[in-house]
Ligand binder design. Sequence first.
Ligand code: 13P
Length: 338
Amino acid sequence: MNSKVLKQTIAEIFANGKGILAMDESTPTCKKRFEAAGIPQTIEMYRQYRQLIVTTPGLNESIGGAILFDETIRQQTDDGEPMVKALMKAGIIPGIKVDMGAKPLPEFPKELVTEGLDGLRERLAEYKTMGARFAKWRAVITIGEGILTDACIHANVHALARYAALCQEADIVPIVEPEVLMDGNHSIQETYDVTEKVLKALFSKLYLFKVDLEGIILKPNMIVAGKGCPNQNSVDEVAEATVNCLRSAVPASVPAIAFLSGGQSPKVAAEHLNAINKNFKDRLPWIVAFSFARAIQQPALDVWKGESSNIKKAQEILSSRAKIAAAARRGEYNSVME
Ligand code: 13P
């Protein structure tokens, strides 16, 4: 492991107030999003959409790294240029999703464990030759009746730590993502308690597996109430709960935190990130940025509709959402930007 290389990659991704664009939707997720937007669900349409993203003018002003799916890292633009090359030419560092998805945890109904450790060392070596300098692994944590169990936490943080160690061995920065889902009726306090417990278990496991904390990016959820909870909280309350939770569980040696958006609207995700950075500037030992998928992409996908005549407009919207996220990272977001 070369920790200098890891630190350099992290510094480049987040330089000048930039963040990460997640564009690594798996085939089933892509299918779901395209179906909802009325776009044909074919590999060629997925390629055209990813091409739209990587060729968006000025995207690198707010995006320092983009996470790809295996399908995309092997694809080319219409000009025959690999998508990764198009990103690198634009000054955006390519990353790769390496987990194989969250599968049912046997004997624990409704709980999931993320798979993909077998053969990971070899896959990382291949992705590195293709240009990937960072990777992502998402663990899914569900709050519900009788769950979350300790078995689910243990299985998922174990996998995250093994993954992170394998990435660092290959000088690839691991994005470590334990996502506590917004699905459910739980209160903000329940999200806080579960997230804190999961993060503490995670960092204990990262320590056990000798992961260099200065060479990871943490990708957590914000501390919000479940979507079905009747009591939704103000922007300032969410920001305060999120900062308190992270300060209680995330070591200061972690260089950067990049939030997922998790189903929050683009505007709300930006407001929350902004309040965190603006209200708590002096209490954040880490870079606090974004690694959004839906909160940057969704409005552009809705405008594109699979039509080439809409590409320019969709790219403008994508670029504008990325700029808004970057402004929120700096605590300079304002609703007139919407
Ligand atoms: P969302 O921002 O849409 O939650 O996606 C982030 C992500 O990469 C989930 O793994």
